[in-house]
Write a protein that binds this ligand. Structure first.
Ligand SMILES: Nc1ncnc2c1ncn2[C@@H]1O[C@H](COP(=O)(O)OP(=O)(O)OP(=O)(O)O)[C@@H](O)[C@H]1O
Ligand SMILES: [Mg+2]
Length: 351
């Protein structure tokens, strides 16, 4: 498919440790770094692969993280989501470091099993993956008992999330070329999850607030708390309780709980439209007919004369109409009702 080449050409009783319960020793014949698909033998599970990789993550003490954030001071808080609050901090990651590293620390504010499960999933998946378009987890902290604590320490992303820039009236708009670069990077991150590992990973919560931006506005996917292993063998899907975010989740997944990689492709299509229009997937502050983005854009098809009306006004006409039409067509293909008709992420990112 040619569409994605536009991105390229234009882009300049919780357990305290995230260890798996099964204690199967990892196969010695596979080196720790071997994560690409292997043929022949059946793929290992994420917890199994994680067991060989866990040494790459640092275990932080709670007091170290509390000190680094001045006791989780509001002044250092940089964000808040469903999991908890996020703080910016400086930290010497090892004794030999001369200078402290700037990190983002996320602290779980929910009690109970659900929060722990999400934290554990995040540690295990991010402990296994390794790609320039996925946020890097540096380590974690876990304290059990009455004062249970679960924290995650990530590389710091100076430009926060894509949603902050797309929808904030006070920040400068993201230029067109950068938007294409973000589309491509996010597609590559998802393609890696779907096809670049020994086992398929489905992200399940792809949305603009989970796309973080580095100092050059390169995108990195974050929030793996809902990630799942994909179906294996001849299976077409895994059955799950539908979770995710309203407005981004694929309709067949919401209805049946049948999860497949094409569910992520749907969410990617929604975010493509957000990037093109500068509008939220769902915006209750807009008139009734405009609240659901993917319904509203249907009135302005890519080849119609009115198409320009959906393109983000904050771009001030500084965009390629041809490329914008292609992005819209690509988004529409991601939103096909039948998941099998949607393109794969690798096809999207390579073409
Ligand atoms: N590694 C990071 N570096 C810099 N800022 C970050 C980092 N991780 C998160 N943030 C900031 O914290 C905000 C909250 O992140 P979080 O993932 O907890 O919630 P969310 O994505 O906004 O919502 P949800 O809980 O639905 O995923 C992000 O939008 C981002 O601005
Ligand atoms: Mg998030």
């Amino acid at each position: 498919m040619k569409c994605l080449s536009i991105f390229q050409s234009k882009s300049a009783g919780a357990k305290s440790s995230p260890e798996p319960k099964e204690e199967n020793p990892p196969s010695k014949s596979k080196p720790a770094t071997k994560l690409v698909k292997s043929t022949g033998s059946s793929p290992r599970s994420i917890p199994e692969i994680y067991k060989e990789r866990e040494h790459t993550l640092k275990k932080f003490s709670f007091s170290d993280l509390r000190n680094a954030t001045s006791n989780f001071s509001k002044l250092l808080k940089i964000g808040e989501g469903g999991f908890g609050s996020v703080y910016k901090a400086r930290f010497k990651l090892s004794e030999s470091d001369n200078d402290p590293t700037v990190v983002a620390i996320k602290r779980l504010n929910k009690q109970g099993m659900q929060g722990h499960k999400e934290w554990q999933t995040e540690v295990q998946f991010l402990g296994v993956v390794d790609h320039p378009n996925l946020v890097k987890l540096l380590g974690y902290c876990s304290v059990d008992g009455d004062r249970m604590q679960r924290l995650l320490v990530y590389e710091y992303m100076p430009n926060k999330s894509l949603s902050v820039h797309l929808f904030s009236p006070t920040l400068p708009p993201i230029p067109w070329k950068t938007r294409l670069q973000i589309c491509l990077g996010a597609a590559e991150g998802l393609a890696y999850l779907h096809e670049g590992l020994e086992i398929q990973v489905i992200f399940r919560d792809f949305k603009s607030s989970n796309v973080l931006l580095d100092e050059n506005f390169n995108p990195k996917l974050s929030d793996f708390g809902l990630a799942r292993e994909g179906p294996q063998g001849d299976r077409s899907h895994v059955s799950t309780m539908p979770v995710g975010t309203y407005g981004y989740a694929a309709p067949e997944y919401v209805e049946t709980g049948h999860l497949k990689s094409k569910s992520d492709v749907w969410s990617f299509g929604v975010v493509l439209f957000e990037i093109l229009t500068g509008r939220w997937a769902v915006d209750k502050n807009r008139p009734k007919g405009e609240q659901k983005l993917i319904e509203w854009v249907k009135q302005f098809p890519a080849d119609s004369r009115n198409f320009w009306m959906i393109v983000d006004r904050r771009l001030n006409d500084k965009y390629s109409v041809k490329a914008a039409r292609k992005v819209a067509k690509l988004a529409v293909s991601c939103l096909y009702k039948n998941p099998d008709d949607r393109p794969t992420m690798s096809r999207l990112s390579r073409a």
